[in-house]
Design a protein around this ligand. Structure first.
Ligand code: NDP
Length: 401
């Protein structure tokens, strides 16, 4: 049994906290802390009513490492789950190093003033994590997260060599708004409006935003336009999947979403640099976030399914082989169970599973790790029992042709 501190109280946190409370044989005590304590209290009340489990709540500024260390001491936490924003990753990792407790997150570090994400600064803390004899698990969401585990499972159990991977992320949910983002709008729009990038034959190849499009037939959903994006799991998978020739990431977008985004971009609303407005500085994308629906409010309105998975081609026993491994999730079912829609659900459940495997000592190590560096099997088993069952389809090999 481990004492857990969860930081952040948005949609992902809500699901992760509910799921941790549902696994209270693993977590002896749960404290939920965020910038706005009332959001923690609302989640705690939901959990108390639904599950009869009492969790503690606290106010915290996660950018302030010293305050986080104080909170860790006060709560006696042994593990910290970071489901705040990517901007807080480094200050929270540093707090964990000083307090010598395990660290888990779901998204890699981004500097607030640079629309760019990479693992460099988090990987650079590897030695400090080793010295403190603690484990840092990076990217325990769905993508990154489950997609890394799918690839690791394929490498460890289904293939002798893996040559091609396409990660395919489809959200076919309908929330009824003309334009809204399914998770933090600032993080989401920064990701989607950036240049695309994929890796082939040892080199990164850059594309214009949304330059490469394909149609893909998603099981249980149907054919959707899917656009090549750069996504953070590509950086670690290129390092950890041996023999790889190409890896790409695709996400579905409807035409209305793209038209809105292009328009907002053209008028400067996606800008991350301050502009003067009536004598005071504002950051356009932050102002836009204020105008857009709170992703947490989409829960009760969203209908339909998500499908996220990996198409993997390689060699097994001397033969060419291709599989499609994926999960399908229903927005309304997720809302019924946790009060949040499927994008939060598909992230929050794996955040809990990564935390659980560390709490139980099933995933062990000293240093900073990506998901694919561990035995995938226990994680895959937990996905099936915690609400994200997966399927594998054998396909006629054609990826890379
Ligand atoms: P939200 O914006 O809904 O929630 C973020 C929460 O973090 C809010 O409660 C917010 O505070 C809190 N927070 C922000 N800054 C601070 C701070 N300085 N100190 C304390 N708390 C702070 O985001 P989501 O729940 O949608 O996303 C959470 C994380 O999950 C993000 O890092 C996102 O990138 C990641 N993600 C990962 C995915 C994956 O598949 N790997 C997919 C989707 C999201 P406040 O309480 O004031 O609102």
């Amino acid at each position: 049994m481990k004492n857990l501190l969860i930081i952040g109280a948005g949609g992902v946190s809500r699901v992760a906290t509910v799921k941790c409370a549902m696994n209270s044989d693993t977590f002896s005590k749960i404290t939920l802390a965020s910038r706005t304590k009332s959001k923690c209290d609302e989640i705690a009340a939901f959990i108390k009513e639904r599950l009869g489990v009492q969790i503690e709540t606290a106010q915290i500024d996660a950018d302030d490492s010293d305050a986080v260390i104080e909170l860790i001491k006060k709560t006696g936490a042994q593990i910290l789950l970071n489901v705040a924003l990517p901007y807080q990753d480094l200050s929270l990792m540093d707090a964990c190093i000083k307090a010598r407790i395990h660290y888990i997150d779901t998204a890699n570090y981004e500097h607030p003033d640079l629309a760019k994400f990479e693992y460099k600064e988090q990987w650079a803390r590897n030695e400090k994590f080793k010295e403190a004899e603690i484990l840092g698990l990076l990217g325990s969401g769905f993508d990154p997260g489950v997609t890394n585990v799918f690839c690791a499972y394929a490498q460890q159990n289904l293939f002798d060599e893996i040559h091609y991977i396409d990660i395919l992320d489809c959200n076919a949910g309908d929330h009824g708004y003309a334009f809204a983002t399914n998770f933090n709008p600032e993080i989401n729009l920064r990701e989607v409006s950036a240049k695309g990038r994929y890796w082939e034959n040892g080199k990164w190849i850059e594309t214009e935003p949304m330059e490469i499009k394909m149609e893909w037939d998603y099981p249980e959903i149907g054919v959707k336009d899917s656009y090549l994006l750069y996504h953070e799991e590509l950086e670690s998978l290129v390092k950890n999947i041996k023999g790889l020739k190409r890896i790409r990431f695709f996400m579905t977008f409807g035409q209305s979403y793209l038209t809105h985004m292009k328009c907002l971009e053209n008028v400067g609303m996606l800008g991350i640099k301050p502009v003067m407005h009536q004598g005071r500085e504002i950051i356009p994308i932050e102002f836009l976030k204020t105008l857009l629906p709170d992703p947490a409010s989409l829960g009760p309105r969203t209908k339909g399914y998500t499908n996220i998975g990996c198409v993997i081609r390689g060699i097994k026993d001397g033969k060419d082989k291709q599989i499609y491994i994926y999960n399908v999730c229903n927005h309304e079912e997720c809302y019924k169970e946790t009060g949040a829609q499927a994008v939060s659900y598909t992230t929050g459940v794996p955040a809990m599973i990564g935390t659980k495997l560390i709490a139980k000592g099933i995933w062990q190590g000293k240093g900073v790790f990506n998901m694919e560096e561990f035995d995938a099997k226990p994680f895959m088993d937990e996905l099936n029992s915690q609400g994200l069952p997966w399927k594998i389809i054998e396909m006629t090999p054609n990826l890379g042709e």
